[in-house]
Design a protein around this ligand. Sequence first.
Ligand code: NAG
Ligand code: NAG
Ligand code: NAG
Ligand code: NAG
Ligand code: NAG
Ligand code: NAG
Ligand code: NAG
Ligand code: NAG
Ligand code: NAG
Length: 256
Amino acid sequence: MLSLEGGMYFFLSCCWMLLSSAYDFANAAMIRSTTLFVNYGQSARINCNYSRTDETELMAVNIQTLNHTLCSLRFNGSSWKQQNCRDHVKFNWIPETEEISFELLNLQDKNTYTCTVTRTIPPPNMDLGITQVQVIVRPVLSLSCEKMPDGSTMILCSAGFHNDSLELLWIRDGEFFNSSHSNKSFSHKSYLILPPQINNTVYFCWVNHSSLNKPLIANLSSSACYENKGCDLMVTVAVAFVISAVLTVILVTIVV
Ligand SMILES: *[C@@H]1O[C@H](CO)[C@@H](O)[C@H](O)[C@H]1NC(C)=O
Ligand SMILES: *[C@@H]1O[C@H](CO)[C@@H](O)[C@H](O)[C@H]1NC(C)=O
Ligand SMILES: *[C@@H]1O[C@H](CO)[C@@H](O)[C@H](O)[C@H]1NC(C)=O
Ligand SMILES: *[C@@H]1O[C@H](CO)[C@@H](O)[C@H](O)[C@H]1NC(C)=O
Ligand SMILES: *[C@@H]1O[C@H](CO)[C@@H](O)[C@H](O)[C@H]1NC(C)=O
Ligand SMILES: *[C@@H]1O[C@H](CO)[C@@H](O)[C@H](O)[C@H]1NC(C)=O
Ligand SMILES: *[C@@H]1O[C@H](CO)[C@@H](O)[C@H](O)[C@H]1NC(C)=O
Ligand SMILES: *[C@@H]1O[C@H](CO)[C@@H](O)[C@H](O)[C@H]1NC(C)=O
Ligand SMILES: *[C@@H]1O[C@H](CO)[C@@H](O)[C@H](O)[C@H]1NC(C)=O
C-alpha cells in the first residue's frame, strides 16, 4: 500500500515535471521579436497583446528594455495606477476594447522593448501576454542654406542620428565628392561653400551606415539658397524604405 502510494506520487510528480517543462518550452518558443523601423526623433507605438479570460481578473502591465523597466501600471478594476514611468513613455488604455499600448516618444537609439501583461488577481500571478518589439532607428537627413558672417552662402547637410560614424558624401553633376569643410569629429554634419555668383546647381547629400539597407539621399538646388538669402529653407527627407513586410507592427502573445 505504501509503495503503491509512493509509486503513484512518483508518477504524478513525473507527469507534473514533464508538463511544466513542456509548458516552459512552449512559452520560450512563442516569444518572437518583431521589428519596427522609425525615423530618428519620432515615436513608436507598442501594442501589448494579451488575453484575459474574465472581466473580474485584475492585471498589471509593464514595459521594459533589456535593462530597465520604463513604466509599470496596476489595474484595480476601474482605473490604472501608474508607477515610476519615464517621461518619454505614454500609456494608452481603451476601456471599450481593453486595448493596451505604450507610445515611446522621441526615439534616438535602437532598442528592444518587451511589454508584459500579468494577471494579479486571482492569484497566482500569471502572464496574460508578452509582446516583444525591436525598434530600429533610422537617420533623418536635412539640407539647409546657411549665410555665413562673411556673407558667403553654404549648404549644410546634417543627419539626425545617434551614431556619429556615418559615411557622408556630396553629389554634384552625378559625381561623388567630399566637402572640404566637413568636420571629421562630427561626420553627421557637412558644409558646402557655394560660389558667390548665382549658379543653379542641384546638390545631393548622400549618407550610408551599417543600420541602413540602402543609402539615403536628399537634394537641394543652390538657387533656393540665393533666392532665400540663406534664410530658413529646409528640406527634410523622411526616408522611404522598401521593407514592406516588417513595417507592420506584429505582436506576439503568450496566452496561458
Ligand atoms: C544594458 O545591458 C547591456 C548588456 O546586457 C549593456 O551592454 C549596456 O551597457 C546596458 N545599458 C545600460 C544603460 O545599463
Ligand atoms: C480604483 O482607483 C480609483 C482611483 O484611485 C478609485 O477612484 C476607484 O474607486 C478604485 N476602484 C476600485 C474598485 O478599487
Ligand atoms: C556606430 O556605428 C558603427 C558602425 O557603423 C558601430 O560599429 C558602432 O558600434 C556604432 N556606435 C554606437 C554608439 O552605436
Ligand atoms: C572622401 O574621403 C574619404 C576619407 O576621408 C575617402 O575614403 C573617400 O574615398 C573620399 N571620397 C571621395 C568621393 O572623394
Ligand atoms: C568640429 O565641430 C566641433 C563642434 O561644433 C567644434 O568644437 C570643432 O572645433 C570642430 N572642428 C573643426 C576642425 O572644425
Ligand atoms: C556652376 O558651378 C559648378 C560647380 O561649382 C561649375 O562646374 C559650373 O561651371 C558653374 N556654372 C556656372 C555657369 O558658373
Ligand atoms: C551601405 O551600407 C551597407 C551596410 O554597411 C552596405 O551593405 C551597402 O553596400 C552600402 N551601400 C552603398 C551604396 O555603399
Ligand atoms: C529632390 O528631392 C525631392 C524630394 O525632396 C524629390 O521629389 C526630387 O525628385 C529630388 N530630385 C532629384 C533630381 O532627385
Ligand atoms: C493577439 O493574440 C491573439 C491570441 O493569441 C492572436 O490571435 C492575435 O493574432 C494576436 N494579435 C496580434 C496583433 O498579434
